[in-house]
Design a protein. Structure first.
Length: 332
């Protein structure tokens, strides 16, 4: 996952919680999203209503590039529907500079700023959100380190688990925060090769039907990749990655996983034709992916044989040979 993708993901998730948006200064009361009653909720009912309003409106408007007015209107409408009144004008939040760094900048800025914010007592929904942001930033760093060897990434993945475990414990009533925390933890489990736990967490994230579809897409992608890694439930893997692709771009490895799943699942020859299309997409992103070449070649052979198309069979043979030339260990 890219640094840019994290910034968009985290900023849209927390935009209303933190009173930040493109062009919005956190110190400006005119641009704050939060009614004053939510800064100091007088009772548990109000706290729960504010938490749900902030989280839901953040997720539902943020990824649609909702304006600050739309976010404020959403929050106030949600509070009225919950029977919570409003007291005074919207008010700015403290720690604006740290909150901005927690949302923007380098991965290290994210982690350091979120860590500093977490040193002080926070309302549960904010602590859960900061922890999930920090976990997501650490996860991106872990992915990068994994390329150098699993030992370089495992410690970061464990830190991701610590943060998401705490976030999940803090957010029993905030389904969108929970969905994001479960999706992030699922990906950490995937990175640690704990595939059954990754599948379980991704399933939890999907079951919450998160308002923001990119969270749901992430969960579907993780679950599909975990099934590919386990080499089971190919139909589920293919369908999960199709669901993920509806709301986000798949990376090369996810296209390969779906192409492999479509080829290996029990189904009609049309599914193997879809595998060729999926593996074409993977090879556009990484032309030297031996696994993608191998499975595209096998799919071309199967479709060519079914259609009595000797040219497609020959093209499949060429892909298989190219795959073996890149990586002699790749198997048919």
């Amino acid at each position: 996952m890219s640094n840019t993708r994290f910034a968009a993901y985290a900023a849209c998730f927390a935009i209303a919680l933190l009173g930040l948006c493109a062009g919005v200064q956190p110190a400006s009361a005119d641009n704050a999203y939060t009614p004053a009653i939510c800064d100091h909720p007088p009772d548990e009912q109000t706290h729960a209503a504010c938490s749900m309003a902030l989280t839901t409106c953040t997720l539902s408007t943020g990824f649609d590039k909702g304006s600050s007015d739309e976010i404020r209107a959403c929050i106030r409408k949600s509070l009225r529907a919950s029977g919570v009144g409003e007291t005074g004008p919207a008010t700015p939040r403290a720690n604006g500079a740290l909150e901005e760094k927690c949302l923007k900048g380098s991965l290290r800025d994210h982690i350091e700023a979120c860590s500093k914010l977490l040193e002080s007592p926070l309302p549960p929904v904010l602590e859960a959100t900061y922890r999930t942001m920090r976990a997501y930033a650490r996860q991106i760093m872990a992915h990068a380190r994994a390329a150098s060897g699993p030992d370089d990434a495992s410690a970061l993945y464990e830190e991701v688990l610590d943060d998401t475990n705490r976030a999940i414990a803090l957010s029993p009533g905030d389904t969108d925060v929970l969905a994001w925390s479960f999706a992030v933890r699922a990906e950490a489990y995937l990175g640690l090769h704990r595939y059954d736990e990754a599948i379980a967490d991704a399933t939890h994230a999907v079951m919450f039907h998160p308002t923001i579809k990119k969270v749901e897409a992430e969960a579907f992608a993780v679950r599909g990749m975990a099934h590919c890694a386990k080499r089971d439930n190919w139909n589920v893997a293919a369908d999960d990655l199709e669901q993920a692709e509806r709301n986000q771009y798949l990376d090369a490895s996810q296209h390969v996983c779906r192409g492999e799943a479509l080829y290996l699942e029990v189904g009609s020859i049309s599914r193997k034709q879809l595998a060729i299309t999926e593996l074409d997409a993977a090879l556009q992103l990484d032309p030297r992916d031996a696994r993608a070449l191998m499975f595209r070649g096998l799919a071309k052979r199967a479709v060519g044989a079914a259609d009595h198309d000797d040219g497609l069979v020959a093209a499949g043979d060429k892909d298989v040979a190219a795959a073996k030339a890149i990586d002699p260990t790749v198997v048919e």
